[in-house]
Design a protein around this ligand. Sequence first.
Ligand code: SF4
Ligand code: SF4
Length: 358
Amino acid sequence: MNMTEFSKKHVDSCRFCWMCHHICPIGNATGQERNTARARALGISLVNRDAIALEEIIDNIYECATCSACAHTCVTGWDPVLFTREARLKAALAGALPEYINILIDNCLDTGNAYGKEDISPELKEIISKHGEKTDTLLWLGTDARYMAPAQGINAVRVMEKYAPSFTVLEDEPDCGTHLDFLIGTAEETKNIMQSAADIMNNYTKVVIFDPADAKTIKRAFGEMGIELSCEAVTFTSFLAPLAKGEKTLRDAAIQDAFQLSRELGETEPIREIVSKYAYIREFLLNGEETVWAGNILMSRYMGRVIKKVAEMRISNAESIGAKYIITESVGEYVSLKSVKQDKIGIIALENLILGEY
Ligand code: SF4
Ligand code: SF4
């Protein structure tokens, strides 16, 4: 594989190292060595040396959530996300992707979302239509909320109605590139989608980003891809932190930090500021920047059983600290945690907490 020398250095440093194997949410869910940063690096190093074909390890390349827990814990500064993402891009350019990934990519290009959905729910459409007029502030819902978790999209709009004087929501909001960035990294197609989204955002003074996965894309990946934003991009949580008001009633609520906010953007306090207005917080042992990813919707499309196990393990983390509730800030993690049938831990999305509906 024609990998950059920079990535090869990371691959060759990780391939015989064992130090972060305990931290990977996928590896811990499957219990398999193949789901460690080390094993992925070893496979890629063999491809780099023409010992095996990329197709032989391509499934494994897509078993990484790119949650960066391994890179965060690495004392020597190596980054498995870097080479995993580059391997995906090289596989796409070489036509070596598995069919189940090609379908998701085609969906992104054809319908603007990886799920291939052509329309949003009538209820979401109705509430969005009340905010169609152009204002200074744009609420960016994101494809997961729009197509796969419309109740969360509706509740995000309702929370904004409580605290923002006026704002706009787009009925035809496009993809901002989050899914394509995950699937094929920095390809030209990803950049084009990001640029189209940025062109729309730049018509506003401020963009409030509901989904943490999109926040990482807009606030970080856009810049890395050379896409300029002239508007102020703020996360839903940082926008609401100084505004939200409520009664502190809930006890033993653990915060499920979205890694995109806590690790990638260094934002850990806004969610605590909000949740502490409604609940007494009981922190996970691994919280904030050290958070453990609890699953998403996209990966559950092709490795559903593993993603459910990832969510089950996070719920069991909550039980072990005596928490009664998990409060989520990520749409994907909320859907993933809710998919587990259990009655010990209440799963509450932040927007539901603020609305008092749980
Ligand atoms: S990221 Fe660091 S700790 Fe993990 S395998 Fe690579 S070198 Fe080892
Ligand atoms: S990025 Fe996350 S899912 Fe991927 S190897 Fe590292 S810890 Fe595991």
